[in-house]
Write a protein that binds this ligand. Structure first.
Ligand code: HEC
Length: 114
């Protein structure tokens, strides 16, 4: 009886080890960065107002430092309802959930530059 338990425990350990080993290689967590993910989104959805080179006169998101400074505020504003005060993008439709998720991931991951 004791021997059976030992065998079972050993088998359990082997199966567990095999499974965890299989899961780790190739598992890459995609990092959301300003350069790759945020710039295209800003250019598509926050233009021209937040892009000084396009004549925008609002908070400058065209450079990393500026975007980083307002990161949390950007997220808070795109999550509002279009009828709420402070909603962004100003006078435009609410961003699709995937785009809000991109901004959220970026903020959650510490607003990486690239
Ligand atoms: C049509 C012009 C326009 C667009 C497009 C626009 N904004 Fe704005 N944004 C404004 C205006 C006007 C203000 C200032 C009024 C206010 O604070 O509510 C502002 C202010 C902000 C602020 C506060 C900045 C500060 O100085 O405190 C944030 C953050 C912001 N916008 C984020 C965004 C994001 C993110 C997008 C794109 C998804 C966006 N905005 C798109 C016009 C725009």
């Amino acid at each position: 009886m004791k021997k059976n338990l030992l065998v079972l425990t050993l088998m359990g350990i082997i199966v567990f080890a095999a499974c965890t080993k299989k899961a780790s290689p190739g598992k890459t967590v995609k990092q959301t960065t300003y350069a790759t993910d945020i710039v295209p989104l800003i250019q598509a959805k926050c233009s021209p107002c937040h892009l000084p080179t396009k004549g925008g006169r609002k908070a400058d998101f065209e450079n990393y430092a500026g975007a980083k400074k307002y990161g949390a505020d950007m997220l808070a504003r795109v999550m509002l309802n279009p009828t709420d005060r402070g909603f962004m993008p100003f006078k435009h439709d609410k961003l699709p959930a995937e785009e809000i998720a991109i901004i959220k991931n970026w903020v959650d991951q510490g607003m990486l530059e690239k």
